[in-house]
Design a binder for this molecule. Sequence first.
Ligand SMILES: Cc1cc2nc3c(=O)[nH]c(=O)nc-3n(C[C@H](O)[C@H](O)[C@H](O)COP(=O)(O)OP(=O)(O)OC[C@H]3O[C@@H](n4cnc5c(N)ncnc54)[C@H](O)[C@@H]3O)c2cc1C
Length: 455
Amino acid sequence: MRVAIHWFRRDLRLADNAALTAAAESDRLLPLWIDDPEGEEAGGVGAAGALWLDHSLAALDHRLAQAGSRLVRRSGVAVERLAELVAEFGVAVVHAQRSHEPALQARDREVAQRLAALGVELRLHDGGLLIDPERLLTGGGRAYRVFTPFWRAAVQVWRLPDGQPAPALPPLPEGIPRVEPASAVCEAPWQRRVIGHWQPGEAGALAALERFAENCADYAGRRDLPGDSEGVSRLSPHLHFGEVAPARVVHTVVAAAGEAAEPFLRQLGWREFAAYLLHHYPHTVEQPLDGRFAAMPWRDDGDPLLAAWQQGRTGFPLVDAGMRQLWQTGWMHNRVRMVAASLLVKNLRLPWQLGAAWFRETLVDFDLANNTLGWQWVAGCGADAAPYWRIFNPQRQGERFDPQAVYLNQWLPAPVVGRHPHAARPDAVVDYAASRAEALEIWNRLKEAGDGAQD
Ligand SMILES: Cc1cc2nc3c(=O)[nH]c(=O)nc-3n(C[C@H](O)[C@H](O)[C@H](O)COP(=O)(O)OP(=O)(O)OC[C@H]3O[C@@H](n4cnc5c(N)ncnc54)[C@H](O)[C@@H]3O)c2cc1C
């Protein structure tokens, strides 16, 4: 009798899951989740991501129960738990979806070695990304650092497997009791508030995808309007936790919108690019890719400014609305993420790493690769980043992308009035024009020093 484990990680779905489909060919199958303090699935996410994960795992357990199985949960260091389970149930093979983050790949190498010593294979399957970061390099054999050539090359070789239905699942190994699936419990009011905006799990992901597919053809014209709640897909947490396969997203939007899906596919391309960059430049989680920024003289008395930014009290209406949307729902519109991040880094002159850490804690879609790329892009120090002198003006951005102040009125505590709802309030934490000029002066000094050092 052949016993297999399917080790769920960032693939919390049954359909379009090549690893699970392969594992389901065994005689007995143990669907496993490990709460691993050293693993990024649990340890890397902040409070909002952990909340999502709890609900997503409960949804997965329900799905497995409908299919006659259940999710077996263990906690502790993954390699140890796997070794125990392998010995206890006579497991022959462990299937899992391939991870691409450097720390997770290191863990997989360790697991593979340990299992091999026990005569068991760790078999990794594709499915989390469309492009394998290791396989795509420039003609000169180097990693891409600019998005457009990366994406042009990527779409020539991306993997788009056909959809696969959820497999029929073999019974659990003898000795594993069937238990009723438990529901995730929200204990704190903030948890109930945030999760009330979402439906974590595979069914919620597919429903969100179907909804969005109807609007996908209009994405280019609507994606920058933060007050348009259906202009973007809001698939990011579902994609992060693998509740829907990216290939399924591509097939669905192309079927619905044809060539008009291209602008949306390009954004999915940024997700691929982010994972690609993190793979090739793992140090960028903490350090700027552009070394000249290492000498940036950040403000060192910034705690009150950081708190005002986090709590949506900067006096810049668009930024404050965004930070409140984040706090209420665990998500912020991309346009506003850019403007809020720019204010923190360029006008308040606080390190982008502080902003990234706050997003890690509060975003339900927190993703190490996407977040790192997003912050370094705004800060001007990453690959293909916005030039440093591009400093988003929150008032102009608001007037352009939220002209009727719909977004402000959705998220600010009091309705905005007056002819210029997006203008900074008199008590704003910083003067926009003066702080902009100061930032540019500092950058010019850094640039000269950096360019000089490179000569
Ligand atoms: C400072 C900053 C931090 C960010 N942190 C994260 C993060 O932690 N997690 C995260 O998923 N995204 C992050 N983003 C990228 C982007 O804001 C979100 O992916 C997007 O807002 C999610 O909403 P959506 O699913 O409706 O996106 P859509 O516009 O519907 O796009 C579809 C999908 O494409 C991907 N995508 C879109 N834009 C980007 C992008 N710029 N970079 C990478 N992938 C993208 C996402 O997976 C998204 O779900 C960040 C952006 C900035 C500027």
